[in-house]
Design a protein. Structure first.
Ligand SMILES: *[C@@H]1O[C@H](CO)[C@@H](O)[C@H](O)[C@H]1NC(C)=O
Ligand SMILES: *[C@@H]1O[C@H](CO)[C@@H](O)[C@H](O)[C@H]1NC(C)=O
Length: 314
């Protein structure tokens, strides 16, 4: 194929560009990058995020209630029982079925299933520590909200907030405070800053082979790009919360459950093509999972430890 030669060259440039040192364990890499999946993700025998996990959200900057509910409904969709009552057909591609791949990691390590309990949501609409944040300020913000040991805080920044490394080397990252046994994830809304990097495939990619952007199932390119990155980082955080869980490669720049499958959203994916997806008959939006309130989502492929393949639920 004609395009593969040039895309290889572009990928190589991107790989070099992405491998800058990182402070946190796992960063959600730019989605347009393609690398073949590794053969295994090794378990390094450390703690995983198991059992009931209190989850808090810090909304940093302006988010509408419609935007918040796209994210919150996704998080609520990870609860298997609630969804099974809602949609009983076993062929329905539920968000909770997507999450079952993560449960496989837990089972293999002899750990309990992870169950998130959404405990608090805090809004800092005026951006109390400014609109240009350094990485340590993200953990500072997370600590304001973490109320319980073993908890997870999502720090979500609005589209007018800049974060060190955002759009340059990543779209979000996860980190931890091992003393408090708590973890955090940061993801930014890229819509005005770099949607071609952090909201692909809902936006034209800035590098690599060009395909038409896909319709966002909830009509919000920025926030649905965030959902992709949140989903990817939740998978990484649960399976590698303190840097000694499941990963491959160097601990400071690891491949984790979802970052091992960059740019893959369905079967047959290749650079510039997200893979076979479901299409909403009315809106023509693309999706591959159904969550709470019948909401549609596009979720990243996860590396399945049983099959060593990148899998999604469609
Ligand atoms: C795991 O499950 C067992 C049995 O239900 C329970 O006793 C234990 O406290 C759980 N551990 C964690 C970390 O949730
Ligand atoms: C994956 O393998 C484990 C045993 O290692 C098994 O308990 C589990 O059911 C498998 N999951 C799937 C989806 O096949």
């Amino acid at each position: 194929m004609e395009f593969s030669l040039s895309s290889k060259r572009i990928s190589l440039v991107l790989v070099l560009f992405l491998f800058e040192p990182r402070l946190c364990y796992g960063a959600r890499k730019l989605a347009s990058l393609y690398e073949p999946p590794p053969m295994t993700l090794k378990y390094h025998k450390g703690a995983l995020l198991e059992g009931k996990v209190p989850l808090s959200i810090l909304w940093y900057g302006k988010f509408s209630s419609a935007q918040k509910s796209i994210v919150v409904d996704f998080l609520l969709s990870l609860k298997p029982l609630e969804q099974k009552k809602l949609l009983s057909s076993s062929t329905t591609p539920l968000v909770s079925k997507w999450w079952e791949t993560i449960e496989t990691y837990m089972k293999k390590a002899g750990k309990n299933m992870t169950q998130f309990i959404l405990t608090d949501q805090v809004t800092d609409e005026t951006c109390s520590i400014g609109r240009t944040l350094k990485r340590p300020q993200i953990s500072e913000l997370a600590h304001r909200v973490i109320s319980k040991p073993g908890g997870l805080t999502l720090v979500l920044t609005a589209d007018d907030v800049g974060v060190e490394g955002f759009c340059m080397s990543n779209c979000g990252f996860h980190g931890s405070d091992s003393k408090a046994k708590s973890v955090f994830i940061w993801v930014g809304n890229s819509v005005t800053q770099c949607p071609g990097q952090c909201a692909w495939p809902f936006h034209q990619p800035i590098y690599g082979p060009q395909g038409a952007p896909l319709g966002a199932p909830n009509g919000d390119v920025g926030v649905e790009g965030m959902v992709v990155n949140i989903a990817s980082l939740l998978a990484a955080t649960v399976t590698n919360p303190f840097g000694n869980g499941y990963f491959q490669g160097p601990a400071e720049a690891p491949l984790e459950a979802a970052s091992a499958c960059p740019g893959v959203y369905g079967k047959g994916a290749y650079p510039g093509y997200a893979g076979e997806l479901l299409i909403d008959a009315t809106t023509r939006a693309s999706y591959n999972a159904i969550g709470s309130n019948g909401r549609k989502y596009l979720l990243p492929a996860l590396f399945d430890p049983n099959t060593s393949q990148c899998t999604t639920v469609v």
